[in-house]
Every structure is written in structure tokens, then in C-alpha cells.
Design a protein around this ligand. Sequence first.
Ligand SMILES: Nc1ncnc2c1ncn2[C@@H]1O[C@H](COP(=O)(O)OP(=O)(O)OP(=O)(O)O)[C@@H](O)[C@H]1O
Length: 294
Amino acid sequence: MSGNVIVEMRDVVKWFGHVQALDHVSLDVRRGEIIGLLGANGAGKSTLLRCVIGLYLADRGTCRTFGVDAAKLGAVELGRIGYVHQEGELLDWMTVGQLIRYVSAYYDTWDRELEERYVADFDISLRDRVGALSPGQRQKVAILLAIGFGPELLILDEPASALDPLARRRFLDMLLGMIQEEGRSIIISSHILSDVEKVIDHAVIMQKGEILRDRSFDELREEYLRFRLTSLNGELPGELGFAGVLRCERNDRQAVLTVQHAGADELEVRAKELRCDIEFRPLSLEEIYELVVS
Ligand SMILES: Nc1ncnc2c1ncn2[C@@H]1O[C@H](COP(=O)(O)OP(=O)(O)OP(=O)(O)O)[C@@H](O)[C@H]1O
């Protein structure tokens, strides 16, 4: 394993009864990378994340985290990982303040300054009993507990699903701040692609237990291009002659095409041949996701 790779999954297969949750999944997570893990309900995202931290064990294949077999992760490696998940279990009988002190006592690296800033920014009431918190308030506390000790690997499984829009924006800003600290890796699974788009540099798209795409966001934006062609002499020819066309909507004068694996330069050359003006429109992560899974 190269020093730069902190999670290495190879051919991981995981079954639950007759359901195959992971189907020969291989994935590298490098230091400093921010990965968006995307996929429909049941695609296998949570299962993958749980295998990374040893909560689930692979039926076949290998998963090594910080160079250690995920089945054998010890306190040292787990102390380098922050994990936020949907059904986060917290100690319900404590107050929020007590819970924060209780968890922070485990870590020499706990960042009191970050904690105080977070509590103020996210409007966390330290005196409330954890068991009485709303789902969104619980999620905010769970996030603080996962980031307060400065984990090298932060695993966020639908971290913002219960947050209100303002809290979500603050959370994303905070993530962006954390990303600037070198060497930290984050894997974030989310259905809110417009959020994820702002923070990730890499997308892993899953479907039915398989990884369909594992690419940098920039590579994906080069792979899929959308553009509008407008005829300069008033009429588009019937046959446009572009390769790799996924979608085409057109009338006599204009066409909007979505293409895969075509360079922008070649498209411009072809547009000139057709005596057309060409205008590129960058695709959002959500649009790219739809093209990949369809
Ligand atoms: N503990 C479990 N016991 C039985 N089946 C499970 C278990 N965990 C996951 N599965 C099944 O494995 C498949 C993948 O589930 P997983 O939770 O990994 O998907 P997901 O992509 O995280 O979905 P979501 O977006 O809904 O959270 C599903 O069919 C699910 O029902």
C-alpha cells in the first residue's frame, strides 16, 4: 500500500442473506481526497462505509484502513477516524454538555476552540438532554463529536439529511474550512448532490452494489459535455455527425446535445464545419449522476 493511500478495498463482496450489498468493490482513498459517494437507496453506500471501519466484515476480498485489515482495527486506527451516520446512537440520558465532555476526554487532540465555535455557530444548547433532541439537533451533536478530535479520515454517511437549510450551509462551509487543512480525507455520502458538489473533488457512483464510476469531478465534467448549437445561416442540417451523442433536442435552427467522450476542441471544429455557433453549458453533478446511472 502506498503511503498516500489510507483506505484500500479490493474485490470486496458483502451479502446480507440473499441480498448482495457489495459486488466486487475496489476503491482507493488517498490522503487529502474529498470523495462523494453517490447512489440510489440500497446501492450499498452505507455498507461500503461500514466495511471501511470494520463494522461490517467483507465476505470476500480485502479492506485495509491505515494499512490495517479493517477486521483488526485497534484503538489507534479508530482514533484517527471520525464517523457520522444516519442512525447515530448517542448516550440519551446525558445532557449535550456532559456528552461532549465525556467523548472529548478520550482524545488528547480534542479541539476546544473548534468545539466552542461550533456550539455557537450551530446553536447547540448544552443543557438539553440528548434523548430529547430533534433529529437535526442530534445530527449536529453527532457531527461535533466526529470532528472535534481532528480525525485524519472523516466518514460522513448522509450527515446533513436532517439539517435545516441554514445549518446545512454552515455545515458545508465548515467542511470547506476543514478541507483546507492538509492531509485530511473525507468520504461523504449524500442524496443532496447540489450540496456535495460544492465540497468534493472526487465522485464514486454506485448502483446495485457496484461502483459504476470512480473519477475526479473534473474528469467527469470532461467526460460529459452539453452544448447548444445555433445555425449561423438559419438552418441546421438533418445529420449533425457528432460522435458519442447521449441526448439531442433540436429544431430547425438550434440543437442542445449531450455527448460522452468527445473533446471540446473536436466539437468546436465540427460546429465550424456545420457553420454553427457553439455554446458549452457545464453540467451539474446531479445531471452527470443521472447520465451515469441511466
Ligand atoms: N444490516 C443489514 N441487514 C440486512 N440487509 C442489509 C443490512 N445493511 C444493508 N442491507 C441491505 O444491503 C443493501 C445495501 O444497503 P445500504 O444501506 O448499504 O445502501 P445505501 O446505498 O446506503 O442506501 P441509502 O441511500 O438508502 O442509505 C440494501 O438492499 C439493504 O437492504
